[in-house]
Design a protein around this ligand. Structure first.
Ligand code: G3P
Length: 226
């Protein structure tokens, strides 16, 4: 499993990248709004994230028609080599994904909640598919169960012919709310988990690790004073 950070916050990205395990970043309009982002600064902000991260950086189209999504996608892809265009799962999004994928532009199909949506996204040439776990839980559905079904269904077929570069589509477990979500996603074989920074911090820590470290430090003090 690879880890992406689900944020538009440059400080969080810099810090997470320094931990050595960051493989990419996903942003969305809400995450950019959360850091006080302005429309005029958006392209430079995405470029800056692309410099900080050695891996794919998802930047989302905010258009609703295929022509506009394709225009957004081309503009976003021109910002940096590692930009991935994030497009919502809907008819216009699928049509735009096919055009962009044929041009060799990587697409992350977002707001994906069902197996049929995921298979359509993969057949339209998406490089990544993002099932939302937490938001499915939010409406009293089984987010992890749905993710598992999508991982299984995507794994049942070879989608490499659907992208011009012959790459296999990867499933990104998104809308992750806890370290347990990450653990379960890894056990079911999700390719990637995109996690908020607070979840990434929780993934590192365990009370027994802290207790063990404390004991080692105290015992080493005894050794030094012996
Ligand atoms: O990448 C977007 C997705 O992870 C959203 O998460 O927490 O807003 O449901 P959330």
């Amino acid at each position: 499993m690879k880890f992406f950070l689900d944020t538009a916050d440059l400080r969080e990205i810099e810090e997470a990248a320094s931990w050595g395990a960051l493989a990419g970043v996903t942003t969305n309009p809400s995450l950019y709004a959360r850091i006080g982002g302005r429309l005029s600064g958006f392209p430079d902000h995405i470029k800056r994230i692309c410099e900080l991260v050695d891996g794919p950086v998802s930047a989302e189209s905010v258009s609703l028609t295929r022509a506009d999504i394709i225009r957004d996608g081309r503009e976003l892809a021109a910002l940096a080599e590692n930009v991935v265009v994030k497009i919502p799962t809907m008819v216009e999004g699928l049509a735009a994904t096919r055009v962009l994928a044929n041009e060799g532009i990587a697409v992350n199909m977002t707001l994906c909640f069902t197996v049929p949506q995921a298979i359509l996204a993969a057949r339209a040439g998406a490089r990544y598919i993002s099932p939302f776990v937490g938001r499915f839980d939010d409406i009293s559905e089984d987010g992890l169960g749905q993710l598992e079904d999508i991982v299984t269904a995507i794994g049942n077929y070879d989608f490499s012919q659907d992208t011009v570069k012959g790459e296999q589509v990867e499933v990104i477990a998104a809308s992750i709310r806890s370290a347990n979500h990450v653990a379960q996603a890894a056990l079911m074989g999700a390719d990637i988990a995109t996690v908020p920074f607070d979840v990434l911090k929780k993934m590192v820590s365990h009370p027994l690790t802290e207790r063990g470290l404390d004991a080692f430090m105290k015992d080493w003090e005894k050794v030094q004073n012996a």
